[in-house]
Write a protein of this length. Structure first.
Length: 604
């Protein structure tokens, strides 16, 4: 029986029915709700509890380990750590705020502490990439069963575990709670402490339940990472501006003048029709010149000086105060049954400060049990569009993982992808898949033919990749050789379906540039930060691909069809990363999970 009463000096109060037991208490609870612990005390002692629901809502998980102690001692240990007190009236215990908590004195600033810990997987191995969040914990009661569940709310991601599974947080409120999450594992919540010690996560139900129910041979799990990148256009940011009292004339390279003119109008106090923007040759864009702050800056200086000005950023200015490609991490998990058939695939990916996940792209629709999840960590580092935003990372992770799956399943990498696409075409899973399986398969078949994929050549290490973005389909085969113990991409064959090709020379040129850019960034691109400050500021430290490192041969083949023209400046860029990674595996015998690959590749 459950009784509910209202007492004048309390809001809604709750009473539990009496059951008569002895008054000695034994408890061993970790991260339990206070209500559930009180219920266990009631069952052991026969005492009922009354408490304010609002008061209980602010109480976090409790930990207590006592054996055969008095009820008074158990309650003191349990409640004192939560700033709670109690009064006994016969067989009734009233839980209230502690006297110190009820005082109306000047609030004392909550103490801040530094928190550290180490996270392990179910086998006791360090777990890299677990998300550590600062959270508030709430407990939810099922009114029918009396059961309680714990939920982390208001979570704010703060950091991730390193390669040793370790993490540290600075200046965390001492009354906060730390929430630890990782794909495929149950969330772990604990009150903040200076040293949380070693935390071993437990597996969640999702993917593993599929395996238990079906029978399996293996789970393959891989994590991929990529750093911040700078655009590093060959021509630095620049603008000429001449602003007068009634007009403004500006010259310079800019990708989105229609957005910039509105800001100029507001900043200068001029109508848009009095502002003239003349576009110069781009000098390299890649998303960097989609942001017109240098136009605003030049115009503001010109207005202040009442004179024409020419603004040119130094390379150091541009690289340390620029717009960057976010840093990303993605974990892929796949389940294979005893016959090496793909049962399930799970991707959880995120970044600072955005997720790269496109949930409805391939291989969505081709796997019975498929889940794509995203996360992100806020940051004040300025990020923005970078050639094929988000796709430039997730394509590398996805295509590298598919290559490894094909090897595990003892299938040709192209055949494996075509099998998945055939499933997506003839018996798709779900209805929101945002790609055309026929067009996707066509570029793979064309690149197989044009690259002579089935004809192996001695000393040539090959990697394949295919990706869909910006409504275009691109497949690539990279031929890599090893010279003087160093890898070099000698040849790239690309097959592209971008609909009707209007200007074939320009289209080929765009694809060639994207491929070279992709090779350079995959191997060398990296802009590290320390305390929010970029650690590279010029080409003396920021490595770009050199002319002698570019492929000697790039072949670009277009699928002939009557489809409407689609994107081309960006789609050839993402698949290059995966093709290079897969070719490097063929050359070295090891997989490359962390960009830039040069950091893993001292020699081969």
């Amino acid at each position: 029986m459950r009784l509910t009463t209202v007492i004048l000096f309390m809001s809604v109060m709750q009473v539990y029915a009496i059951t008569t037991f002895g008054q000695r208490v034994t408890l061993n609870e970790k991260n339990s709700s206070l209500k559930s612990v009180l219920r266990k005390i009631r069952n052991q002692t026969g005492y009922d509890f009354i408490f304010d629901r609002k008061l209980m809502a602010g109480v976090g998980p409790v930990m207590i380990n006592v054996t055969d102690v008095t009820l008074d001692e158990a309650l003191k240990r349990l409640l004192n750590t939560q700033d709670l007190a109690y009064q006994m009236d016969g067989k009734l215990i009233v839980v209230t705020a502690s006297p110190s908590k009820r005082l109306k004195a000047t609030p004392i600033r909550q103490q801040e502490i530094d928190v550290r810990g180490k996270v392990l997987d179910q086998y006791g191995r360090p777990l890299q990439g677990a998300t550590i969040s600062v959270a508030t914990i709430t407990s939810t009661e099922n009114e029918e069963t009396g059961d309680f569940s714990m939920t982390a709310k208001g979570k704010k991601a703060a950091t991730m575990t390193n390669a040793n599974g370790e993490f540290s947080l600075r200046s965390i409120p001492s009354q906060a709670y730390i929430s630890i999450s990782y794909i495929g594992y149950q969330d772990y919540n604990a009150k903040a402490a200076i040293d949380l010690g070693t935390i071993k996560l437990k597996l969640a139900g999702t993917l593993d339940e599929v395996l238990v129910n079906t029978g399996y041979q293996s789970i393959i799990e891989r994590t991929y990472t990529a750093p911040f990148l700078a655009h590093n256009t060959m021509e630095p940011v620049n603008c000429f501006a001449h602003v007068t009292s009634d007009s403004a004339i500006l010259y310079g390279p800019l990708q989105a003048p229609e957005f910039t003119v509105g800001t100029l109008s507001q900043r200068l106090g001029l109508p848009k029709e009095k502002i003239q923007i003349n576009l110069a040759r781009m000098g390299g864009g890649f998303g960097r010149r989609a942001y017109g702050h240098h136009f605003i800056e030049a115009a503001a200086i010109s207005k202040h000086l009442n004179a024409p000005v020419k603004l040119v950023y130094t390379r150091e200015d541009e690289m340390t105060a620029g717009i960057y490609r976010p840093t990303y991490s993605a974990t892929y998990r796949a389940a294979l049954d005893k016959d090496n058939k793909l049962l399930a695939l799970h991707v959880k990916a995120g970044g600072i400060p955005e997720t790269p996940v496109h949930a409805d792209r391939f291989p969505a629709g081709a796997v019975d049990n498929y889940l794509a999840e995203g996360w992100q960590i806020p940051s004040n580092i300025t990020i923005g569009a970078f050639r094929a935003p988000r796709s430039n990372f997730i394509a590398a992770a996805e295509q590298s993982f598919l290559d490894e799956l094909a090897m595990e399943m003892k299938k040709d990498p192209i055949d494996f992808r075509l099998e998945l696409l055939e499933r997506a075409k003839t018996d798709p899973v779900g209805k929101r898949n945002d790609y055309n399986a026929d067009r996707y398969a066509e570029v793979l078949k064309l690149v197989r033919e044009k690259s002579n994929w089935d004809k192996k050549a001695p000393g040539i290490h090959r990697g394949v990749s295919a990706y869909f973005c910006h409504n275009s389909y691109v497949a690539q085969v990279v031929d890599l050789v090893v010279k003087n113990n160093e890898p070099k991409v000698e040849r790239v064959v690309a097959a592209i379906d971008c609909g009707i090709v209007v200007n074939r020379d320009a289209a080929t040129n765009m694809a060639e540039g994207a491929i070279i850019d992709g090779i350079g960034n995959a191997l060398y691109g990296e802009l590290p930060f320390k305390d929010g400050v970029p650690q590279k500021n010029n080409f003396t430290t920021y490595r770009l691909i050199r002319m002698n490192e570019a492929p000697q041969q790039i072949e670009v083949h277009f699928v002939e069809n009557e489809q409407d023209p689609t994107g081309l400046g960006e789609p050839p860029f993402p698949p290059t990363f995966g093709a290079v990674a897969n070719a490097l595996y063929q050359a070295t015998g090891k997989r490359f999970y962390n960009q830039p690959f040069i950091n893993q590749l001292t020699s081969v």
